[in-house]
Ligand binder design. Structure first.
Ligand code: CO
Length: 507
């Protein structure tokens, strides 16, 4: 696979000293990490009573998280966690207490496979039906697995998966209502990305918040459709644009005036997929010596789209974007190479040290001259960047990321790092050696003044107890958690989640 040279790898500021920088060993054991990838079949519903520390009484609302809940169907394992059926977890906070519940998204394919007791659908990331390639050839049915993100918007709780329609769930019981077409905005079979962004104060809507999302229809050229929704769920704006070439784009970033996409130089060879040897996601290939195309789409849907080449490697997630002094800034997690999903490999046996780490870069674009400057901000392996929700699309100071324990190399995420973009200061909280982490969620403290006044909610897996814990950190001081909420069971490593100030509890 082609390796990229990403700009100049200069550190943003003085390096942070990792606590065990002198140790030669790894900060984790692979066997501990592997235990987090087991199905959670049971659906739970209880008040959390094993709590270390105290839940802040002014932390009020519901944290929803999504991710693969099932890593197997009746013992037949999926080839990659991205092929696992979605499961929603809800943590409801009220008066210093917390309630947990989880339910699997009852997609049509989930119900069919549960009834059959075996895998009936091929997965995008290599899961095959039993019976070898002959049983899989020319079966192009996609399974909408609803496993990537969950949002509460327009009085609807929606489980998202980027290649198909959202599933709607009851926010109190997490019961699946069914596919949701957003009041007729989507047609059956339409895609709807799993990475909506909420503009906290949209200039086109008199400062009201709006939700911006997209869909990608790849082909020889790719159609990108932008959707913007009012808090009521009503569609405000929709426009579609065609860009040259195949595109696989999982995320985007917004500013008051633009939507920004990074189109990596990827080609898609469908033959192994058609013949049943590989999943569609395994047929992506990075093209040698070609730049990433940055696609800048004006949110007004009228001004011309700009395409700007940049050496960015591969990007899954963007931290934020903003406009300042005539420049467009985009902060993104870049990989020098696209991590491959080989057909014969067991994802649980991954050699982390053989893969390139995701690292936070800042790109500065001059849209008049199409010039680009780029800078490595955080060399530590990190993923799942988040910011204060009021700073989405705005100049901002703090970014929080799921982070590896050690400062260099690729490794599983074991904690959270806070980067102060103004001073270069960092703070790390780590659950190493036996704890593993995912995406942090920043929840502003009600009435808070400064950008980092609030909490970080981080779901961790403890390889020693084989259970999961929700860690609550004070975002201003990561040295000690405010509270650890121990669940009675594990939750498989998840993908994305969101927080709503509404408290949803089963009646
Ligand atoms: Co994502």
């Amino acid at each position: 696979m082609q390796s990229f040279q990403i700009g100049e790898r200069t550190a943003f500021s003085a390096d942070v000293q990792s606590e065990d920088a002198q140790s030669d060993g790894l900060s984790y054991q692979l066997q501990d990490w592997q235990k987090g990838y087991r199905s959670l079949v049971q659906e739970h519903d209880y008040w959390i009573d094993e709590i270390e520390g105290e839940i802040p009484p002014d932390l009020s609302g519901t944290l929803f998280r999504n991710g693969p809940g099932l890593l197997d169907v009746n013992g037949q394992r999926v080839h990659h966690p991205f092929d696992g059926d979605g499961m929603i977890c809800a943590f409801s906070f009220q008066d210093g207490r917390a309630h947990f519940r989880n339910r699997h998204v009852q997609t049509q394919a989930y119900l069919e496979e549960k009834q059959a007791g075996r895998i009936l659908y091929r997965g995008v990331f290599g899961t095959q039906k039993p019976g070898g390639w002959l049983a899989n050839a020319f079966d192009l049915r996609l399974k909408n697995i609803a496993n990537t993100h969950v949002i509460y918007w327009g009085k609807k709780l929606l489980a998202l998966w980027e290649a198909a329609e959202p599933h709607r769930l009851d926010p109190a019981t997490l019961e699946t209502v069914g596919l949701d077409y957003l009041d007729g905005v989507l047609q059956p079979g339409d895609a709807f990305a799993a990475h909506p962004r909420i503009d906290p104060a949209c200039e086109m809507d008199n400062g009201e918040p709006c939700l911006v999302n997209f869909s990608v229809k790849p082909g020889l050229s790719t159609t990108i459709t932008i959707y913007e929704f009012a808090p009521s769920g009503k569609l405000l704006r929709r426009h579609a644009h065609s860009v040259p070439g195949f595109a696989f784009m999982h995320d985007f970033a917004i500013t008051p005036n633009y939507c920004v996409f990074f189109q990596a130089p990827i080609s898609f060879n469908p033959v192994p997929f058609l013949l049943g040897f590989k999943g569609a996601g395994q047929c992506l290939q990075v093209k040698d010596n070609q730049p990433t195309q940055v696609i800048v789409i004006p949110r007004n849907g009228v001004d011309p789209v700009q395409l700007i080449p940049v050496e960015a490697g591969f990007v899954f997630h963007h931290a934020n974007a903003f406009e300042q002094d005539g420049s467009l800034y985009v902060d993104s997690i870049c990989y020098a190479t696209l991590p491959a999903v080989d057909p014969d490999e067991d994802y649980r046996e991954v050699k982390f040290s053989n893969l390139d780490p995701g690292q936070l870069f800042r790109f500065k674009f001059d849209l008049k001259t199409q010039s680009v400057e780029q800078q490595l901000i955080e060399p530590r392996c990190c993923e799942f960047p988040v910011t204060h929700p009021d700073k989405v699309g705005q100049p901002y100071r703090y970014v929080y990321l799921g982070a590896a324990h050690d400062q260099t190399g690729n490794a599983p995420l074991q904690g959270v790092i806070k980067v102060d973009l103004a001073t270069g200061d960092r703070q790390l909280w780590s659950a190493a050696p036996r704890g593993f982490a995912g995406e942090p969620i920043f929840v502003p403290r009600p009435g808070g003044q400064s950008e980092d006044e609030g909490w970080l909610l981080l779901l961790t897996f403890n390889g020693e107890t084989e259970r999961s814990e929700l860690v609550i950190l004070n975002a201003q001081d990561l040295s000690q958690p405010v509270a650890k909420l121990r669940l009675k069971h594990h939750v498989p490593y998840g993908l994305h989640g969101s927080f709503t100030p509404y408290v949803f509890l089963p009646s």
